[in-house]
Design a protein around this ligand. Structure first.
Ligand code: GCO
Length: 475
């Protein structure tokens, strides 16, 4: 089949998030985030790993940008830490925090790299969690807007691409259903309430963005795991429809259409779990529709029928042992089941490049918006070998196949702005410590010992360099 070549100006990126790379957890006036507190509670993360030092990007930013330039990146997606800017969540901006991001943005621009700025990648100021329960209170909307507008005003002239909320779906599912992210709650009513406020906050800042950054583009990044039916049996097909609506359209329709999907809302109104939608809320949602959708794609999920007394949400696999992830679901709606056609990574994540093509096509058809792959990658145990070599051919295979899927989706008519694989350097995997590595650049550290934090180019670094230099012709 003849594939459309990657267009000129396609954004060849890589991604990161503040808490996972910066370290410097209390430097220059930064306040604590909910993650600074949570990772220090006993038993919450693999071997008690935390982001106090992370990969010390805060102090090694220039070195990291030099590596990005050497690799040839044309875009870099990073997030701003809210409590670096507003240590207690609101009030006067902390100039030292702003100055760090300004230096980063200036360094990227000087290196010919387009900054892609994520406003919220889960590190809520702890002060707001304590004061009123964070996302569970409507006051979060005004505080989030205040924080975002400060960044819009400061960086409007320098940053064109903005991501509003990162993986609201994954983060709130962990935070309010599985209990594995802060505030570690397991309560579906509270889950839908926190999400409702996050939707309102998202739309509110997009409306503000139009005034402050008229030439910019903004959208949320969604953890999109396309649903597959386990079989063509009608009961499985219905479970698949339910799963797509409850695990994907619930967020995406609300972002892109400014309203909740009908069948899911009707169900939740019956169970009493639906959020409290106040008069005016729908108008707020509809006044803040995105310019593009950021797609974080790792795997597809296969669904089957789930009888009323069946499986509920289960803890995710943080052991790194294959075959240990339990099935999860909502009784009466759906439950997950392994897909016998797909291999899995060491974290039990199905490897499915065709799923990315399907993901991009489903979203482009449903929402008629440009898309950006804001994350995609393979977390694995990498091995540092003699002479500072990391032979991560499995990562190259993964990324190559997924880039081909992007190209196929573009040939199918999808407008794709760019591809930002996860991650540039190795990062702190929120719950899995430093053993689960995603980067093009290896960081010499382990769970508890920061060692020398040396940067080492993996084989995938050189592969991606060639891909970018050929504008995707040499995959
Ligand atoms: C992990 C996860 C994360 C996410 C990212 C989501 O291992 O902790 O894969 O790194 O992918 O933060 O936006």
């Amino acid at each position: 089949a003849r594939l459309t070549p990657f267009p000129q100006g396609f954004l060849w990126g890589a991604a990161s998030a503040a808490y996972q790379v910066e370290g410097a957890h209390d430097a220059d006036g930064k306040g604590p985030s909910v993650w600074d507190v949570f990772t220090h509670l006993p038993g919450k993360t693999f071997q008690g790993s935390n982001g106090d030092v992370a990969v010390d990007h805060y102090h090694r930013m220039e070195e990291d940008v030099a590596l990005m330039k050497e690799m040839g990146l044309t875009a870099y997606r990073f997030s701003v830490s809210w409590p670096r800017i507003f240590p207690t969540g609101r009030g006067e901006a902390n100039e030292a925090g702003m100055a760090f991001y300004e230096r980063l943005i200036d360094a990227l621009i000087a290196a010919g790299i387009e900054p892609v700025l994520t406003l919220y990648h889960w590190d809520l100021p702890q002060a707001l969690q304590e004061e009123y329960g964070g996302w569970e209170d409507r006051r979060i909307i005004a505080d989030f807007e205040h924080y975002c507008v400060a960044l819009f005003q400061r960086f409007a002239g320098k940053v064109k691409y903005w991501v509003s909320l990162n993986e609201q779906n994954y983060n709130t599912t962990n935070a309010y259903q599985l209990g594995t992210h802060p505030p570690a709650v397991q309560d579906r009513k509270r889950f839908f309430t926190a999400n409702h406020h996050a939707f309102l906050a998202n739309a509110t800042v997009i409306a503000a963005f139009r005034k402050h950054v008229p030439n910019g583009l903004i959208g949320p990044s969604f953890a999109y795991s396309p649903a597959y039916p386990a079989s063509s049996a009608p009961a499985d097909m219905l479970a698949f429809e339910n799963a797509e609506e409850f695990t994907n359209w619930w967020w995406l329709d609300t972002y892109c259409f400014g309203r909740y999907p009908q069948a899911a809302l009707a169900w939740l109104q019956k169970t009493g779990e639906a959020p409290d939608i106040q008069p005016g809320d729908v108008a707020i949602l509809q006044a803040g529709l995105p310019d593009f959708v950021g797609v974080n794609y790792y795997y597809t999920t296969t669904f089957t029928d789930n009888p009323r007394d069946g499986a509920t949400m289960q803890r995710i696999n943080t052991t790194g042992q294959k075959g240990t992830t339990p099935s999860s679901g909502v009784p009466g709606l759906y439950r997950t089941t392994p897909n016998p056609h797909l291999p899995t990574s060491n974290w039990d994540w199905a490897i499915d490049p065709t799923g990315l093509r399907i993901a991009l096509r489903r979203l482009a058809s449903r929402y008629d918006l440009p898309l950006m792959v804001t994350e995609n990658g393979l977390g694995e145990f990498d091995k540092l070998e003699a002479g500072d070599k990391v032979h991560d051919d499995y990562r190259i295979d993964y990324l190559r196949a997924h880039l081909q899927a992007c190209q196929e989706a573009m040939s199918d008519g999808v407008q794709l702005l760019g591809y930002c694989p996860w991650s540039f350097t190795d990062i702190l995997s929120w719950l899995n410590g430093y053993q689960k590595r995603y980067g093009f650049v290896y960081i010499n550290r382990d769970e508890t010992d920061a060692k020398d934090l040396r940067r080492i180019r993996k084989d995938s670094f050189f592969w991606y360099q060639t891909v970018i230099a050929s504008n995707g012709q040499k995959l």
